[in-house]
Design a binder for this molecule. Sequence first.
Ligand code: SF4
Length: 423
Amino acid sequence: MTMKTASVFPKNKISFSRQGSRTFAKMSYPVHTGTYSEVETDNHIFHFNLNQEIIRARSKKRSWHHPHEWLKRTMGDDWIYYSTGGYTGVFEATGEYYLPNFNYSSNSILGGTPFRSPEIHELTTDWFHILESCRENNLKDTESTNFYNNILRNTPLYLKEKATAFHNIIDGHISVLPPDARHVEYHLIPIMISRGCLYKCRFCKVKNALPFKELNHLQIDKQIEQMKYLYAADLANYNSIYLGEHDALMTGHKTILHAINKAYNTLDLYTSYLDGLNCFFFGSATSLLEAPAELFKELQLLPGKVYINIGLESPDQSTLDQLGKPISTAQVRDSFKRIQDLNNTYSTIEISANFIMGASLPPAHYQEVEKLIRDTQTHQQAKGSIYFSPLTFDKPSRARLFEFNRLKIMSRFPTYLYIIQRL
Ligand code: SF4
């Protein structure tokens, strides 16, 4: 890691152009990716992206929960608190060393309520005033003065308006991102290539009322151009896209390939500071079974990796009926088989599957899940993650965690909890 330190004062140090990691490393200490600037005061550390917008913050005070824990601000202007969870079981449960905590409703069964902590709340609400007072102590050279003027131009109101502009481009919030996006810390550029989903399952809390609809190439290209303008200089810090919405795999395969190529080229992701390229999207049992073989052959020819996440929920019919998911167990089993075939055939494509877990589900659900994730394989698999999504929101639960651990131990696939994160 190299950096240029422009000015050092007892209470206020600015580091311009810090060059962080080029990969999203899974480490038990914070590894920040990309190029960013840093302001360090006696009490706080702040990070800014290449548009001089705040992206991370932490306190250095003794009252801060842990020196490795951070607040991160997303493009949707949400603050997320990354906690260590005491390093007990977080990695095993999520595949990551840090547990994201949200200040909105999610299905996580881990973690606490960090946003109720005065220290964390204060930093998310007062960061701008803290930086304003930093400027008063730091008008000592032109470079520092310009830097402060730039970051303070990006006020909380400006950032809120920018998040609104961001959501306007994609026609609203993304209610859930694919769980595999954890591999890039959910740091991606969303492009809608379709809206809505096929099934409108009764249990689902992230759906919208829109029937499935494919967007045309002009609508997709316009979003990509608008995203290029909005992300601006900070595009250099991105190497991943998300194709929305809930069932992008249902979109015609020419449109999927068009969107990926157009986004990679227009957004200059080939020249990103970060290594590699990644594309994430969702599919369903129907879209997976109907997807033509050419799609996967052509996806394999693209640079980088493609992650597709399929919501199967249950291989038990009584459970599917209880969930109000209008598919059959035959579709679930056939999908699971095709997932394994595709994962075994294409090295740069990884297809993962989601199943539901919850106290109210019939015992047959777990018996049938076990048959799929244990008995269909003779060896431990390296890819094709299985995610278990708790049915209930906002209820940390030891019983659910115990249940998850039992499933994880007997699974022959990498198996994790699915934490619902929006953008
Ligand atoms: S689970 Fe998927 S298919 Fe079902 S309603 Fe939710 S988004 Fe739509």
